[in-house]
Design a protein around this ligand. Structure first.
Ligand SMILES: NC(=O)C1=CN([C@@H]2O[C@H](COP(=O)(O)OP(=O)(O)OC[C@H]3O[C@@H](n4cnc5c(N)ncnc54)[C@H](OP(=O)(O)O)[C@@H]3O)[C@@H](O)[C@H]2O)C=CC1
Ligand SMILES: O=C1O[C@H](COP(=O)(O)O)[C@@H](O)[C@H](O)[C@H]1O
Length: 487
């Protein structure tokens, strides 16, 4: 492991993500004594303001977004002292030079740059850094998603950054990889003997991945419209989860070994066509309805005009390799769903020969399921069959849950913001939980095949009332195969 960067340079520091996630995460790291000595946060946005005005803004963001028990006036006062602000408009050489002055003398102790701006600014910002002499072998650069809007544009962004930084200096952020429960998938699969022998087409009937959100556009109209749920959520977070479920066991827990296996799984995704999108995908858009007892408007009303952007997507994916032959992976995600609920469900196959339910000798046999709830609660639940207690001659089976509540099992431990883990790893130079270029490109190749299929088949989003799990065709997508969504 290399030494931790002593300077963190944040572009987009006045933006929504910085206020909601990045500054609260940095504050928490400071509060827990996890930041390096003599650490400096150089914040940059387009807006003109001085250090103190910006520090006041950060303080307001901490009040708004930190859980109240975390805000400590003493830590907050120290936090102010390690932040300075430099306005920089992408392409403004004089402002980049002023930025370099702020960092003068510190480059030798490592610089971690974080791009939390619109992606169109990633390459120009990197060029500004190069021209200002801020790129050395000890400079790392982290980029927020989305990287491009298709394979071709993602290659352009990656080429632009890749011309100035080596791949091992580039950290592509997918904040789902910073979530404790997503990392726990690795522990579950590779830290326990019992699952691996069944973790394949012999043992597993199908896999479901659901990421449901109750929120709508939340003021991100200009970003979201034209992007939609497939690019916003499936291309990155959901395919990353899928890759961890589907990958072969890596030889070691290091960035190369883990990402080599993930990318093999992603490259094995079967591309869709104009024919298969009709049966293997569903697009939806929310209309007015009720979510959690609250009446909400439809997408088009929020937008102020009709749109063909999907706010819900369900797909049935196949991974064409030895391990997963014939095992569908059902993915669905949407806004204005009935609940904020993200989970993975592994449906195991039935026992090979049932001695129950025959000749009047019992009933109730179901196949095992493994549910890994990512949020809002964090638990792992394995359903197994058990005999219902009693003296009946027939054996009546019932499902019982082997439940591990991670929240309860690790009750003393604070649930951290995903960005805390990622920022710490960026500073330390550990890329295991960041996405490599070939992964992003494999993800886009699959997503492009769906988007091309939609265009060719002229597939528009079907309406669904807010507060439902998407259009009825999403239910049909899985029920045609004799399965049903785990709601
Ligand atoms: N918000 C979220 O929940 C998530 C966001 N992301 C990604 O993170 C990134 C940032 O998102 P978000 O914070 O929501 O975006 P915002 O629109 O809220 O913020 C954009 C930031 O970029 C700065 N900026 C805009 N134009 C320029 C320019 N020409 N030169 C220099 N700086 C500029 C803005 O500065 P100023 O305000 O001073 O104009 C602001 O600090 C995006 O890539 C987004 O896709 C990813 C996951 C979730
Ligand atoms: O990247 C994104 O993720 C959020 C959902 O993240 P979560 O951690 O709250 O599950 C989503 O709302 C947003 O549209 C998307 O850009």
């Amino acid at each position: 492991m290399t030494e931790s960067s002593a300077t963190f340079l944040l572009f987009g520091a006045t933006g929504d993500l910085a206020r909601r996630m990045i500054f609260p995460s940095l504050y928490n790291l400071l509060s827990d004594g996890l930041l390096p000595d003599d650490f400096l946060i150089v914040a940059s946005g387009r807006s003109e303001m001085d250090d103190d005005a910006f520090r006041d803004d950060v303080d307001a963001a901490l009040h708004q977004f930190l859980s109240p028990d975390r805000y400590d006036p003493q830590v907050a006062a120290t936090f102010r002292t390690i932040i300075c602000y430099q306005p920089v408009e992408a392409g403004n050489a004089a402002q980049f030079a002023a930025l370099a002055d702020r960092i003068d003398g510190r480059l030798e102790r490592g610089l971690s740059v974080y791009l939390s701006t619109p992606p169109s600014l990633f390459a120009p910002t990197a060029q500004g850094l190069a021209d200002a002499g801020l790129i050395t072998p000890k400079t790392r650069i982290a980029m927020e998603k989305p990287i491009g809007k298709d394979l071709a544009s993602s290659k352009q962004v990656n080429d632009g950054i890749g011309a100035l930084f080596a791949e091992d200096q580039i950290f592509r952020v997918d904040h789902y990889l910073g979530k404790e429960t997503v990392q726990n998938l690795l522990a579950l699969r590779f830290g326990n003997l019992m699952f691996e022998p069944l973790w394949n087409a012999t043992g597993i009937d199908h896999v479901q991945i659901t990421v449901g959100e109750t929120v709508g556009l939340e003021g991100r109209v200009s970003y979201y419209d034209g992007v939609g749920a497939l690019r916003d959520m499936v291309q990155n977070h959901m395919l990353q989860i899928l890759s961890i479920i589907a990958m072969e066991p890596p030889a070691r827990m290091d960035p190369t070994s883990v990402r080599d296996e993930k990318v093999k799984a992603l490259r094995s995704l079967r591309p869709m066509t104009a024919e298969t999108v009709k049966t293997h995908s569903v697009r939806g858009q929310y209309t007015p309805g009720a979510v959690g007892g609250q009446i909400v408007t439809g997408y088009a009303d929020e937008l102020g005009q009709p749109s063909t952007t999907e706010t819900f997507v369900a797909i049935k994916a196949h991974i064409d390799n030895w391990r997963w032959q014939g095992v569908p992976f059902y993915l669905r995600t949407g806004k204005r769903m009935p609940a904020r609920q993200s989970e993975i469900m592994i449906q195991f196959k039935p026992v090979r020969h049932s001695i129950f339910g025959r000749d009047g000798h019992g009933s109730g046999l179901e196949s095992n399921t493994l549910v890994i709830r990512l949020q809002p609660e964090e638990y792992i639940r394995l359903t197994i069959m058990s005999k219902r207690p009693g003296l009946e001659r027939q054996v009546h089976l019932e499902e019982v849950a082997l439940d591990v509540s991670l929240t309860a099992a690790f009750a003393g431990q604070r649930r951290r913001i995903a960005y805390e883990r990622l920022i710490l790893d960026l500073l330390a130079g550990d890329a295991t939980l960041f996405v490599r270029r070939d992964e992003v490109e494999a993800q886009w190749a699959f997503i492009d095949s769906i988007i091309d299929g939609w265009k060719e088949a002229n597939m528009k989003p079907a309406p669904y009332s807010s507060g439902n799990w998407g259009p009825s065709s999403a239910i049909a997508l899985i029920e045609r195969d004799g399965a049903s969504w785990h709601d």
